[in-house]
Design a protein around this ligand. Structure first.
Ligand code: SAM
Length: 209
């Protein structure tokens, strides 16, 4: 994603009711923050937020937290939310490399949508389904671990599939062309819309452990 400096981004982020500002102090306390016992689903690398916002609107009995590392990107989600009232949604501006510093055995599902592919081999451990990240996710899942991933990048998909299965995940469902196989109740991400419009197949996997 190309990054631009967005004027006033940090002020907008700071003043949004959706942004969790004291995230280090919220570790292990999301049940209290949402004030209910509902499952918590997170999206790592949520970009401009279309997917997580639409999920939160469609599923009020699930709590959603979007995580994005750049101000200039998360601010676009904050802008979309300016006139919305979605109690089951929060956003965190954070680099998920340290995800286990902000959650503690309270997450039910992780979405990895169109994650950065990091194509160079020497950067393989920056991929969000690398063993390095999977080990950190172990510390934040509540009971069952569940990861759902979508991507247009076949190499990233193959790498992630091998990594997940080697780490003990079992496949619930898989598609090498999601939009051809099943589009019912699929909520699209920004990148998904862009790449499927260009005719690229969307790879999908839902795994559990
Ligand atoms: C290619 S975009 C995809 C955005 C969105 N998920 C979609 O499908 O439209 C990947 C996003 O992940 C974010 N990202 C990458 N690595 C991250 C990390 N370690 N922690 C948090 N966000 C990350 C990037 O800043 C970028 O906004």
């Amino acid at each position: 994603m190309r990054l631009k400096n967005v004027k006033g981004a940090s002020e907008k982020i700071e003043s949004s009711k959706y942004i969790v500002k004291d995230y280090l102090n919220c570790k292990g306390k999301y049940k209290e923050l949402f004030n209910n016992d509902n499952p918590i689903y997170i999206e790592i690398g949520m970009g401009k937020g279309t997917f997580i916002i639409n999920n939160a609107i469609s599923n009020p009995n699930i709590n959603y937290i979007g995580i994005e590392k750049y101000d200039s990107v998360i601010v676009r989600a904050v802008e979309k939310l300016e006139n919305e009232d979605i109690p089951n949604l929060r956003l965190i501006r954070f680099d998920a490399t340290d995800i286990d510093k902000i959650f503690d055995k309270e997450i039910d599902l992780i979405y990895l949508n169109f994650s950065d592919p990091w194509p160079k081999e020497r950067h393989a451990n920056r991929r969000l389904a690398s063993i390095r990240f999977l080990k950190r996710y172990e510390k934040i899942f509540k009971e069952k671990n569940r990861i759902i991933m979508k991507t247009d990048n076949r190499k990233l998909f193959e790498f992630s599939l091998i990594s997940l299965v080697e780490f003990g995940y079992k496949i619930n469902s898989i598609s090498l062309n999601l939009h051809q196989d099943d589009v019912s109740n699929n909520i699209e991400t920004e990148y998904e819309k862009k790449f499927s419009n260009l005719g690229y197949p969307i790879y999908f996997i839902d795994v559990e452990k």
